[in-house]
Design a protein around this ligand. Structure first.
Ligand SMILES: CC(C)(COP(=O)(O)OP(=O)(O)OC[C@H]1O[C@@H](n2cnc3c(N)ncnc32)[C@H](O)[C@@H]1OP(=O)(O)O)[C@@H](O)C(=O)NCCC(=O)NCCS
Length: 174
């Protein structure tokens, strides 16, 4: 049984001491990113990476990344767009990547990471505006995962989905 399964899981910003080389989620692009790119992207302020680890372990159970982005108002469904001012572009927050290590999948860690990411996105709106969280699903399986949590495809995109920030606020204040 994986060592950190016994430990209290915590989510922290990616640090130099985390063991990125061993991360294996079964998707090459997501493994490559955490191993080779995430540290540089953090330094350059392109994306912030947060890792799920056991409280005394350097092994990475899962991770997600957050960045600022924007969404064209015409890409939002009419029932969402009509509640917003008619600016062409709306501020949004991007979960660029989210992955759970192969040995840990199916135990609730993906949900734990997503909930933490959404909570962090909501808190950030106290300082910087954002009308929605956007995700890029890598494939149909990933898309189904996000749809399970009420994400909706953007107009004219099949694998780019969004969740309005007011819905996220409702999740955490209900
Ligand atoms: C997709 C992924 C993040 C899910 O993480 P996980 O830890 O296996 O999922 P969890 O155990 O937390 O599942 C949480 C809930 O989502 C559901 N779920 C999980 N994967 C799902 C999928 N592909 N489609 C639909 N629902 C899914 C579970 O049934 C569970 O439902 P419940 O809360 O109602 O019981 C993980 O399998 C993974 O990293 N896959 C490889 C990388 C990837 O595809 N990343 C997606 C972002 S591009």
């Amino acid at each position: 049984m994986p060592e950190s399964f016994h430990l209290k899981p915590v989510i922290k910003p990616l640090g130099k001491h985390h063991d990125r080389a061993a991360f294996d989620c079964g998707v090459e692009a997501l493994q490559h990113y955490i191993r080779e790119q995430a540290g540089q992207d953090m330094q350059r302020k392109i994306a912030a990476t947060f890792v799920l680890v056991g409280d005394t372990s350097a092994a990475i159970v899962g991770y997600y990344t957050l960045s600022s982005t924007s969404v064209n108002i015409v890409e939002l469904p009419e029932q969402v767009a009509r509640k917003l001012p008619r600016y062409p572009m709306m501020p949004a927050t991007l979960i660029g990547r989210l992955a759970v290590g192969r040995h840990y999948q199916g135990r609730g860690y993906g949900k734990f990471l997503l909930a933490d990411a959404l909570r962090r996105c909501l808190i950030a709106t106290e300082q910087v505006g954002s009308v929605a969280v956007i995700v890029d699903a890598k494939d149909d399986k990933a898309k189904a995962f996000y749809e399970h949590f009420q994400f909706i495809p953007l107009v004219n995109y099949s694998h780019r989905l969004f969740l309005p920030m007011v819905v996220i606020e409702d999740y955490f204040t209900r």
